[in-house]
Design a binder for this molecule. Structure first.
Ligand code: NAP
Length: 310
């Protein structure tokens, strides 16, 4: 634990800030929630600002910011925070383009600051075990099924349907963050089909086909129209057995036997990692999940489907 907790401001008090960031900061002795920044919402008992600029100007003692706004405003906020000498934690996705995040890395490096592009799903409890199990195997085929009900998980979030909001890749990038973590070799996209509701800038479903240097067939099926049971799982057939990583990375099944199952503690892991990065004065920015999404938008065939009404 650090001697004095890092003072942190949370920016964008919406669903994920309330569900995860605020409770995890409160539970982590390395951090002290010193301010909230949000145009419309606030946190009871915490100093509040409606703009980031106001907070940066009036609270030089707050060394860290966690950006929990939609991705379309991430770059502007991160640039302002870095220019004001603050360490920055970015919610996923870290930005709306690969180039803008690369520039943030340079800005943070130039200013000797920590930049942490978080991928919360990588902190799911069975992900590291899945990575270790796959490390010495040859993957023959791999299948991701990430299907959920957008009305249940993202009610009323207009930004998600606007350019840069990623649509179904907003959850899909979580799957890609796990796949890029656990596969022993890098993969690349071969083909994709993206389904765009006719009234939206972003897709509601995506079928992706990847391969790797060994010719493995790696498929991903993302769909936001899943009612009933939701599915967040991936399966690998390898030269030495079958792996199922289920429940968003919380459960690992090898050859039909459950070898690991634990309650999710993804954001606890994020704040533990942020404390470690601050302590060691390092940054952690892996762009590979975002690159695969960019490739899908570049290579994907587009189909227009019925309009989406929330
Ligand atoms: P959200 O509920 O819409 O909250 C984001 C908040 O940011 C809004 O309440 C809003 O608060 C503020 N905001 C919105 N547009 C803004 C703008 N143009 N400029 C400045 N502030 C703006 O969204 P969320 O679900 O929390 O998602 C935020 C980020 O977390 C996304 O990148 C998402 O992918 C990620 N995430 C979400 C979840 C989830 O389960 N929802 C899970 C993991 C990660 P004010 O109006 O008060 O400013």
């Amino acid at each position: 634990m650090t001697e004095t907790p890092h003072k942190i401001a949370v920016v964008g008090i919406g669903k994920i800030a309330r569900d995860q960031h605020l409770p995890c900061i409160a539970a982590n002795p390395n951090f002290e929630l010193a301010a909230s920044v949000s145009r419309n919402a606030s946190v009871e008992g915490v100093t509040h600002f409606t703009t980031l600029e106001e907070m940066l100007q009036s609270r030089p003692d707050i060394g860290c910011v966690a950006l929990c706004t939609p991705p379309q405003v991430r770059y502007a906020h991160a640039t302002a925070a870095i220019a004001a000498g603050r360490h920055v934690l970015l919610e996923k996705p870290p930005g709306v383009s690969t180039c803008e995040v690369e520039d943030l890395v340079t800005q943070a490096d130039d200013n000797g600051l920590t930049l942490f592009a978080t991928w919360h799903s990588r902190h799911a409890p069975a992900v590291e075990q899945a990575r270790l199990w796959l490390a010495d195997k040859t993957v023959r085929s791999f299948k991701v099924s990430w299907k959920e009900d957008v009305r249940r998980w993202h009610p009323g979030q207009k930004w998600i349907w606007e350019a840069g909001g990623l649509g179904v890749f907003d959850p899909g990038i979580n799957a890609l963050s796990i796949v890029t973590e656990i596969l022993p070799d890098p993969m690349h996209l071969v083909s994709a089909t993206l389904q765009f509701p006719e009234n939206c800038d972003t897709p509601i479903a995506a079928d992706l086909q990847f391969t790797d240097r060994n010719g493995a067939e790696i498929l991903a099926d993302f769909d936001w129209r899943q009612t009933g049971p939701q599915s967040w799982n991936m399966q690998a057939d390898t030269d030495a057995g079958h792996m199922l990583l289920d429940e968003g990375g919380a459960k690992l099944v090898i050859d039909g036997e459950t070898v690991s199952q634990a309650p999710p503690a993804e954001y606890e892991g994020i704040y533990a990692r942020f404390a470690e990065l601050l302590e060691t004065e390092k940054s952690d920015v892996d762009l590979s999940p975002l690159r695969h999404v960019a490739d899908a938008f570049m290579l994907g065939r587009r189909i227009t489907v019925e309009p989406f009404e929330d």
